[in-house]
Design a protein around this ligand. Sequence first.
Ligand SMILES: [Zn+2]
Length: 408
Amino acid sequence: MTPATPTGGLSRTQLRCVLCGTTRAPDLGAACHACGGTLAAEVDGPVLPQGRASFYDYASALPVGDVRVSLGEGRTPLLPLDRMFPEGGVYVKAEWMNASGSFKDRGAAVAVSAAVALGAKGVVCASTGNNAASVSGYAARAGLPCIVALAKGTPPGKLVHSKANGAIVVEVDGTFSDAFKMAETIAAEHSDWVNLTSTYLSPYMTAAHATIMWELQAELGEVGSVVIPIGAGPMLDGIVAGAEVLMAQGRIDRMPVPVGVQGAGCAPIARAFDAGADTVEEWGDPVTGMPGSINDPLRGYAADGTRTLARIRGADGHAVAVTDDEIRSAMLDLGKLEGIAAEPAAIAALAAYRKLADKLPKPAVLILSGHILKDVPSQAAGAVDSIVVSPDLSTDEIIARALDAFKG
Ligand SMILES: [Zn+2]
């Protein structure tokens, strides 16, 4: 996987600062050299395939070069929720079907591919969740070492996936913020290491989420609205950017309405949206609630939230917070009526759709971002009670009780 050219074939990509507009050729850096703002990776002359396509069929529109690291990501199923919404037009995008069980694989595929093409010697991320599981897998696939930095005392269960992927786990004797800073410093002091901590630190990762929008357009044509669980929000940013490419090419006639969904126990972007603010403040209150994968207080990088808020406002979208009760209720209904389970952060999209349905044009797509087994303890908090029986209870009685529970 040696780069074929000095820019690894990324000659049509440029990085643009979202704050001051400064552009530069692609590299492994995470921020604008002029103002410190986050970056967008823009591809000149993207050519999108016609009809349904596999992930790297979109390579001409992605910031990747000749190197394409893959674990079979993308092209996830689009499932109608016709039992739950008999009038039709409501779908889920099954992002849990990606290789590591979450949408993060799209970003990791593109970011690790770009990293290899640009000559990276290693990958670091500060995360214990979906992102670390994904990044460590793609790094291993590409033959790059991967450091996962996290706070000492992180529950071992959160590390299983990364460790299985051969990641080097570094426990920092401090808080998650200390781990976050360590990842940042490693990449800052070693320019051939790339920091793929989630958030907007990798413009390649952010841009990859456009593929979700392109896949939706290929199946649905026009897309009315897209409901997206957000922490800092790079998935939402990438989806809206993908819609802009479709608009520019005349593939769609209207921008879909983006909805950013947060848990009520940590909702800095939804709070700013409700307040009519233009900037997002970090969440100073205690972080609580079920949707662990999106509970991001944005401490130290509130500007990431502001970038997402601007994206939402620019596309006449919404940001909304949902409660644990709303998530739990949506989870039970989705499982029972549709046979679909996902982690609480993903289910938050359904809870949000139920609140905003009358404002959202169809077809509406809920991005179910991660697998239910990603977040078992939270899920258990909302589980249905089992039926407890004695071993000699008659089968007639067991079936009668099961049918009672089914109807309930
Ligand atoms: Zn700048």
